[in-house]
Write a protein that binds this ligand. Structure first.
Ligand code: GLA
Ligand code: GLA
Length: 684
């Protein structure tokens, strides 16, 4: 497999480092000196600098102070530590907000924000765009050719929207560009409903709690616009960086489960994907195994955004996360396990928020490598430095990637539309959770999976799983059919093919343009109360165990057959005996339709059967014990296998071939024991 080079030849090892905020400590040269000593002890080779430094870099309008940053960067470089240099747009100086109030955000309820917090800026404001471009240019001119600087970290966790008049004007232009005429817009938005027909572009306003909330096409377009506008803002930010330092790759750190941006679109504009991961390990509402599944899904998604190119774990906590409802400490072993989990799924770095704990401010209790005590004699520091040492030993993994035969479609626009929909249940629509419940079965079997949106290429997979694809684009339907016709297998569920990309229901029967692919017609969707359930019973001609029953809850789709074969049927209620699971031969492939939301065991059995039927390749051939997964990165010569135990118990993994322990070189036969939270890296 192809090996990637994220840094244009400048780096060929895994990165290990943290967000470093020396601007908070300029009055303490002793601490800055100590930092360097500790960074070396922690086996760090990179620091992200300047993320929130605007007020230190430009204390007065047009008065720039770079000398402190010169010193920090030079000092890091002399000590063998590279720099990921940020642009500071994530938070602004007070003078900027005071002199140019237009830069501050307006909320959906049209209230205007005051100076404060971060990410509190309008993405449209010409003044904000101009000011950030000026300082970005200066940063690029001064540091764009510095040998320490390996990457631009543009802004920080872009997010949120702004409803000011400048944004409204741009939104109207965006709509004009998309629809051309008001007639077309009104038809696409079905705006004659409740007399919402627009007669003037100027009358269109973004959704507001005291205004428009019921035109779903408008709501979707506002989300699309806000995402596009953020990307436009980012493109304005990077202009001087590209011009002055074209060799330095650009990233911006994405967020866990963030719903506000279309990351698939954003991904096309960045060189390297990076993201910030803060799972709530050891919580009382989720097992560590399910948490690991969720985290793995996100890593796989961020890797898939750029079709397998390694990503960076830009932030994670070395111990606790102060903003979580309970900031629990990572239990022994979890730091190494969760960090190497990122590497296993395609990250080329483990980085932290943050290097040193702030003395004041809202994040003073957030985990960091160096605690308020200020030395290396802490459990966390030892964990970090041991991990750093381990990363140095597995450096040949850098640039390798993951090849998946399976893709789960998790589509952001679909997610927006599902959340907007009123009915068939207001709660527990659970799109992401449903995608995770399918994904988990591959994780548990040690099978690599890509997480893609509906616009990605399906042709490279053997199996595409598209649960709850409520919003279905015409083009997606055509591509899915082509995929199956050519021999692919697709699995979908209830609530698929309901609306088009403007959130207009398909006429002529659901699942809309996929009706012939599944050869069924979804006549009605029953929503069940939480305490209610039905059962599905496996029929005797099927691939599953005849007579086996599974509980169905929340959603039961009442479908009619149009050529599909029935694999299971409902057991009770007025729809007893009607199909609950079907398969249709379509061209050279097959299309499965799961009509109800079934208990976990159903998906487990269903996918065990499908995996063997499709002969999908597993990282480890034998069955993995519960809570243990095996993930793999490869290059031309080797597979690097990560065996990870997220359970609380010791587990034994049987091997059917000899493997080598990567670091020690020891050959392992027959089986391998993993202690609680243990991870082992093997080479093949
Ligand atoms: C009310 C309204 C109708 C419709 C129904 C829906 O009765 O008068 O226009 O919205 O609710 O339940
Ligand atoms: C985010 C931000 C960081 C910090 C951490 C704390 O990831 O990017 O600046 O606030 O959260 O968890």
């Amino acid at each position: 497999m192809q090996k990637y080079d994220l840094f244009n030849g400048k780096v060929n090892n895994l990165l290990h480092g943290a967000d470093y905020n020396p601007d908070q400590w300029l009055h303490r040269p002793d601490i800055l000196e100590k930092d360097i000593e500790l960074m070396k002890k922690a086996n760090c080779n990179v620091m992200s600098l300047g993320i929130f430094s605007w007020s230190t870099l430009e204390p007065e309008e047009g008065q720039f102070q770079f000398e402190w940053l010169d010193q920090i960067i030079n000092n890091l470089y002399q000590n063998g530590i590279n720099v990921i240099l940020a642009t500071p747009s994530g938070a602004r100086p007070d003078w900027l907000a005071a002199k140019y109030p237009e830069v501050l955000r307006v909320n959906a309820d049209r209230s205007k924000n005051l100076f404060g917090e971060r990410h509190n800026h309008c993405y449209t404001s010409p003044v904000y765009r101009e000011k950030i471009k000026i300082i970005n240019r200066k940063l690029a001119e001064r540091y764009g050719n510095h040998p320490a600087v390996i990457m631009w970290h543009v802004s920080n966790e872009y997010g949120g929207d702004c409803h000011c008049e400048l944004c409204q004007q741009d939104f109207r232009k965006w709509l004009q560009n998309k629809y051309g005429s008001l007639e077309n817009l009104n038809r696409s938005w079905w705006s004659s409903f409740w007399s919402h027909t627009y007669t003037d572009w100027q009358n269109i306003e973004s959704p507001a709690p005291q205004g428009m909330q019921s035109v779903h096409g408008l709501a979707l377009d506002w989300k699309r616009f806000s995402s596009d506008q953020t990307i436009e803002f980012y493109k304005n930010e990077i202009e001087p960086l590209r011009e002055i330092s074209p060799e330095i790759p650009i990233t911006t750190n994405f967020m866990y489960k963030y719903i506000g941006l279309n990351y698939w679109k954003f991904a096309q504009e960045v060189d390297v994907i990076s993201w910030d991961s803060y799972p709530s390990w050891h919580s009382d509402y989720e097992t560590d195994i399910n948490r690991a599944v969720d985290s793995a899904f996100m890593h796989d998604m961020f890797r898939s955004l750029k079709d397998g190119k390694p990503f960076l774990l830009m932030e994670s906590t070395p111990s606790k996360t102060n903003w979580q409802s309970v900031a629990k400490l990572k239990r022994p072993g979890m730091h190494k396990l969760s960090s190497l989990q990122a590497i296993a799924h395609g990250s080329d770095s483990v980085q932290y928020f943050q290097w040193r704990k702030s003395r004041g401010g809202v994040e003073k209790f957030h985990g960091s490598v160096v605690d308020h005590v200020g030395n290396e004699n802490t459990r966390v520091f030892k964990d970090v430095s041991e991990l750093g040492a381990e990363l140095q030993k597995i450096t040949s993994i850098t640039g390798t990637s993951v090849k998946a035969e399976v893709a789960v479609v998790f589509d952001q626009e679909n997610r927006w539309a599902i959340n907007e929909a009123s009915g068939p249940r207001q709660e527990k629509k659970d799109y992401l959770k449903t995608c995770l419940s399918h994904y988990k079965n591959f994780w548990q079997q040690g099978i690599s999976v890509d997480i893609i949106n509906q616009e990605k290429d399906f042709s490279k997979y053997k199996l595409v799983i598209a649960p709850m694809l409520y919003l279905l684009k015409e083009d997606t339907a055509a591509r899915l059919k082509k995929f199956v016709k050519n021999g692919g297998t697709v699995v979908s569920t209830y609530w698929t093919g309901i609306v088009n990309e403007n959130d207009l229901c398909f006429l002529g029967g659901f699942p809309g343009p996929l009706r012939d692919l599944f050869a069924i017609w979804s006549e009605e969707l029953d929503a069940l109360y939480d305490q209610d359930s039905n059962q599905i019973v496996i029929k005797d001609n099927s691939e599953l165990k005849t007579g086996q029953e599974y509980e169905a809850k929340t959603f039961c789709d009442l479908i009619q057959l149009e050529g599909a074969e029935v694999l299971a049927e409902y057991k009770s209620d007025f729809y007893a005996g009607r199909p609950a699971l079907t398969v249709n031969d379509y061209g050279k492939g097959k299309a499965y339709y799961i009509a109800s939301r079934n208990e976990e065991q159903f998906l487990k059995d269903f996918y065990y059967s499908l995996v063997s039927k499709l002969n999908l390749s597993k990282t480890i051939v034998s069955q993995l014990p519960e809570g243990v997964t095996a993930q793999k990165r490869s290059d031309k010569n080797y597979d690097y296998i990560f065996l990870m135990n997220f359970s609380q118990d010791e587990k034994k993994v049987d091997l059917t071939e000899e493997l080598m322990e990567f670091v020690s070189g020891n050959v392992i036969k027959d089986s391998i024991i993993l202690e609680k939270y243990e991870v082992k890296i093997l080479k093949k």
